[in-house]
Design a binder for this molecule. Structure first.
Ligand code: GDP
Ligand code: MG
Length: 187
């Protein structure tokens, strides 16, 4: 069967419950906002194909967006824990990005943009404030992550490594570890 894309990137959205992961994903894949999602137990999984540098890139959810809610201090503090969790269960060089979601709600803001930037800088990860509701930076965030994964993949392919096309999250082969990772992380 003919391939309908040039690359397949799999991205994950990770973060505390209620920060807006499902809404960000829905905004990106359907360009819509729905305030009545029931909190998901399981994986937020959507597919959208984008075009980048003339190549079709199929995005599945499997590469890492760390999401916190700018109106929820605790969700911001927990980003460090999520990163530790990822470091334990995925390969260290998996592309990551931190999103401070709900930036449309400035009057209830608990986390300044500067603190978000500082945290991202500490880990050498890119950062953006987003709003799934007001459609701010969602498209930009996914394209930026896709671009960075593609650049890393192209660099690996240049190096002619036989594993070059295998870029992505390397989950530990330990089945038990893997299933507990899914159970705990993807809400
Ligand atoms: P999840 O548990 O991380 O998947 O969070 P949801 O996507 O289910 O969103 C949790 C709540 O936050 C819902 O009531 C959404 O309507 C709300 N929400 C999500 N994104 C935004 C946003 O960008 N701005 C505002 N104001 N609310 C949002
Ligand atoms: Mg959800």
């Amino acid at each position: 069967m003919a391939k309908t894309y040039d690359y397949l990137f799999k991205l994950l959205l990770i973060g505390d419950s209620g920060v807006g992961k499902t809404c960000v994903l829905f905004r990106f894949s359907e360009d819509a906002f729905n305030s009545t999602f029931i909190s998901t137990i399981g994986i937020d999984f959507k597919i959208r194909t984008i075009e980048l540098d003339g190549k079709r890139i199929k995005l599945q959810i499997w590469g890492i967006m760390l999401v916190y809610d700018i109106t929820n201090e605790k969700s911001f503090d927990n980003i460090r824990n999520w990163i530790r969790n990822i470091e334990e269960h995925a390969s260290a060089d998996v592309e990551k990005m931190i999103l401070g979601n709900k930036c449309d709600v400035n009057d209830r803001r608990q986390v300044s943009k500067e603190r978000g930037e500082k945290l991202a800088l500490d880990y050498g990860i890119k950062f953006m404030e987003t709003s799934a509701k007001a459609n701010i930076n969602v498209e930009n965030a996914f394209f930026t992550l896709a671009r960075d994964i593609k650049a890393k993949m192209d660099k690996k392919l240049e190096g002619n490594s036989p594993q070059g096309s295998n870029q992505g999250v390397k989950i530990t082969p330990d089945q038990q570890k893997r299933s507990s990772f899914f159970r705990c992380v993807l809400l």
